[in-house]
Design a protein around this ligand. Structure first.
Ligand SMILES: C[S@@+](CC[C@H](N)C(=O)[O-])C[C@H]1O[C@@H](n2cnc3c(N)ncnc32)[C@H](O)[C@@H]1O
Length: 306
């Protein structure tokens, strides 16, 4: 029987079974919770996500996957859903003991024979059509139900005149649900576009939303290995700047470095970022030249040439 692990709980708080299978959608290659047979898993250790709809959805799926009577430990930082965990699990029909440690709440219990309220939690957090963006999306994805204003500024900048500069083979680093990729493919000169995201749910949504044979989505961590994409003509990106909710400028800088490695000489990077984010040094290190193309006070668009 499979032991389930979700995320990376701090080792001082709990240790996963040695052979536990990772189920977080943020770990490329992880088992997908909706695909695990109901009532089948031996145990669960979960660091639950912060967003409440996402957390309820993933806890519901994980509990369904557990065999009745199987033990679970579910935790979350106090200020990121932890204070609500015990109540949420009780509403699913679980009897839990609730402990506070290292700014976390840790709930332990056993999967009850009968779960309650599971279907509603799963339906609310599933991939779903979102009219406002004419796309399928899912709670937990970046800007899941609206086009991010930074992305919008980049799309506007790339459109019209400059869209003509987008040609050949390209990539969208951190493609999310695919709004930017969809706009890039409006250029008839683009021959292929690879959307890369560390979130498997984003890749799944992008595959549906970017309905174009030139598009492929890859579930990959751009920091984990050297690029398997090289010689690209262009890269577009709205790089992430939160890692586990703490601002992590290094993540955006790593995206820029990967773009430099993936582009051919003369290839172009189009990047949008919050104006205060310091990407200039990373751009200097990987690109021959770059210029600020737009600045609306909140976001800046940069074009860099390798
Ligand atoms: C700011 S969002 C942009 C999403 C989308 N391109 C848009 O404009 O709405 C950054 C994206 O990068 C993804 N991401 C974060 N860390 C990553 C990593 N290490 N490797 C690949 N993608 C990552 C996130 O899942 C998220 O979808």
């Amino acid at each position: 029987m499979t032991h389930l692990l979700y995320g990376f709980p701090h080792p001082d708080l709990a240790s996963p079974e040695l052979d536990a299978s990772q189920t977080s959608p943020l770990v490329p290659g992880a088992m997908r919770l909706p695909e695990i047979a109901a009532d089948s898993a031996a145990s669960l250790l979960m660091l639950a996500p912060a967003g409440s709809v996402e957390r309820l959805h993933d806890m519901a799926l994980a509990l369904m996957a557990l065999a009745p009577g199987a033990p679970f430990t579910i935790m979350a930082p106090m200020d990121r859903g932890g204070s609500r965990l015990a109540r949420e699990l009780a509403a699913f029909g679980c009897v839990v003991s609730d402990e506070a440690r290292r700014h976390h709440r840790i709930c332990t219990g056993e999967r009850p024979a009968t779960l309650t309220g599971i279907e509603a939690a799963v339906a609310a957090g599933n991939l779903q059509p979102v009219d406002a963006i004419f796309a399928f999306s899912q709670p937990g994805l970046f800007s899941w139900d609206r086009l991010d204003p930074g992305t919008e500024l980049l799309i506007e900048t790339l459109s019209a005149e400059k869209m003509r500069g987008l040609k050949g083979a390209g990539a969208d680093f951190g493609c999310g649900w695919g709004g930017l990729s969809r706009a890039v493919l409006e250029s008839p000169h683009v021959v292929s576009l690879t959307g890369i995201d560390v979130d498997g749910r984003a890749c799944e949504a992008a595959r549906i939303n970017v309905d174009d044979p030139r598009f492929t989505a890859a579930w990959r961590d751009l920091r984990a290995s050297g690029p398997d994409l090289t010689g690209l003509d262009f890269v577009v990106m709205n790089p992430p700047f939160h890692a586990t909710s703490l601002e992590d400028r290094g993540l955006g800088q790593a995206f820029i470095e990967q773009a430099g490695l993936s582009l051919r000489k003369g290839g172009r990077l189009w990047l949008v970022a919050n104006v205060h984010l310091p990407y200039e040094r990373a751009l200097d290190a990987s690109f021959a030249r770059w210029e600020l193309v737009e600045d609306d006070g909140a976001y800046k668009v940069i074009e860099a040439v390798k």
